[in-house]
Design a protein around this ligand. Sequence first.
Ligand code: NAI
Length: 252
Amino acid sequence: MNQERRTAIVTGGAHGIGAAVAKRLAADGLAVAVLDLDESACAATVDAVTAAGGRALAVGANVADEESVAAAVDRVAAELGAPTVLVNNAGITRDNLLFKMTALDWDSVMNVHLRGAFLMTRAVQKHMVEAKFGRVVNLSSVSALGNRGQANYAAAKAGMQGFTKTLAFELGKFGVTANAIAPGFIETEMTAATAARMGADFEDFKKMAAAEIPVNRVGQPEDIAHTASFLVSDGAGFVSGQVVYVAGGPRD
Ligand code: NAI
């Protein structure tokens, strides 16, 4: 079985990192379901894949909603083929210092990242176990190590790491690997929104971030896509339960 016959689901595939991952996996030969909240928002990613000669399907779904996830995974299996590669990338931020953080800020972030990754992986794993092959890649973050103003997000991203390692233990015997990518600063709408929230010009914000990064630049979505491409490849079958920091320098 080679990558050309495999189907991947990339959540949050309409924008940013997810869009780059979807395009890269399609270029690698996988059929790709581009899943995001609004199906029409997936069109740009799907069109880019199709224009490059790949196969993609736009799927509107909310990863935090059990019924929505079940319907989406069934649809992907019926229209593209049984999904055996899953990239849990959908994410949101609701940053605030702890004393100002609302319970809704907390729950919203937990629901998209942790409940979302759980529901998606639980729905897709049966296809992986049947195929005796699977690749799960979860998006963590350097914020898992702690970040001012992100108690909710840091907890969720640290949670993604524990979830990943547990998947590696439970699913390894079925040919399924699970790994996490922990990006540093990546130039996307999410980081642009962070700059805006802090009242900073995005170009200045990026320059300040780059000055703190050993390779002296901020990351691009393609940096994460390249790492995901490796982790889902056939040759990466002995890499499981790892957290790969893709941050332009070392992290603890
Ligand atoms: P983005 O905001 O550009 O894209 C996130 C996508 O997820 C959007 O298309 C959004 O509609 C989708 N999404 C949100 N909630 C959803 C839900 N309930 N169901 C389905 N889709 C949903 O964000 P970006 O920067 O591309 O981030 C992607 C992932 O990488 C996130 O998990 C984020 O936490 C993580 N990350 C990003 C970093 C960065 O510097 N941009 C750094 C570290 C981690």
